[in-house]
Ligand binder design. Sequence first.
Ligand SMILES: NC(=O)c1ccc[n+]([C@@H]2O[C@H](COP(=O)([O-])OP(=O)(O)OC[C@H]3O[C@@H](n4cnc5c(N)ncnc54)[C@H](OP(=O)(O)O)[C@@H]3O)[C@@H](O)[C@H]2O)c1
Length: 304
Amino acid sequence: MIASSAADRRTVLVTGATSGIGRALAGALAATGATVGIVARDTERGEQAKTAFAASTGNKRVELFTGDLSSLASVRRLAAAVAEAHPALDVLVHCAAVYTPRRRPTVDGFETMLATNLLGPFLLTNLLLDQIRAARSARILVLSAPSTIRLDFDDLQAERRFRSLTAFGATKAADLLFTFELARRLEGTAATANAVHPGLVRSNLMRGAPAPLRWATWLVSRSPARAVESILPLAMAPEFEGLSGRFFHRARQIEPPPYTRDPDIGRRLWETCAELVGLTEVFSRTMAQDSKNGLGVKERPDEG
Ligand SMILES: NC(=O)c1ccc[n+]([C@@H]2O[C@H](COP(=O)([O-])OP(=O)(O)OC[C@H]3O[C@@H](n4cnc5c(N)ncnc54)[C@H](OP(=O)(O)O)[C@@H]3O)[C@@H](O)[C@H]2O)c1
């Protein structure tokens, strides 16, 4: 149980709040009394979720931010709206993700799973770093899975060869690499970044997967509400404050696949993402050392 007195001063942002784990988590966060920003790609579904949270928890401080994580322009608008509404962000939880059985390019020409599951969260996080660093001790959580799939940096967009489950698994490994690299870059600041494996959870995520796989996983899956019982403390409980660069499952630390811990691969992925989303690394130092200048990455001057 999270004490509402501590929680109700906090501002949290949850992506993927219209379904599955994100929806259950946003509801649980609203119940703590915190100010909860929910991100939805569809305004109607977002309004519906917001109304439901307000009705079930009595919390009037639930705010809807519309944004499509697969579109860089939309993520930029989303980040600007959040930054304008909240000068400080205590908790950012990335729950949004998608699985597509066929290769689909986004409006920016990226493969959809890579864009939604990695590039959008990468850009959103970077654009909100000032708000994250303005909080007393911000926590960033990235929902992922213990994927052992290695990234093919020569074909990140799966243009040469697309196998849907492999491409999806690669985005989950990439989420781990991104989180651990982010944690390294946040060292020396009060902000932390951790990855979370929720276990198998009944949700809409694999609705496009082959039926036998869906049935088999459904049988052994937990409800989103059960999964959230061990995710909520990672976002709010004092005992997890200050812990960073970890991988949690059921609120216990687990070992991630060794590949995802490799700092050289993490740095390479970070630089590749920065290039793809139009952020440029302006400092080789860590963000902590760079306190005078604020962000460790910033937008390219010509891309506004
Ligand atoms: N379920 C599991 O067994 C499991 C296991 C391991 C890890 N995870 C991870 O847990 C996280 C949550 O998954 P879930 O199972 O709760 O999935 P889910 O029920 O499919 O929810 C995904 C959420 O992401 C949103 N979303 C999808 N594309 C988006 C986009 N382009 N822009 C903005 N939002 C978008 C969806 O919005 P709509 O409602 O509009 O579709 C939905 O709210 C994911 O990172 C997943 O990889 C899940």
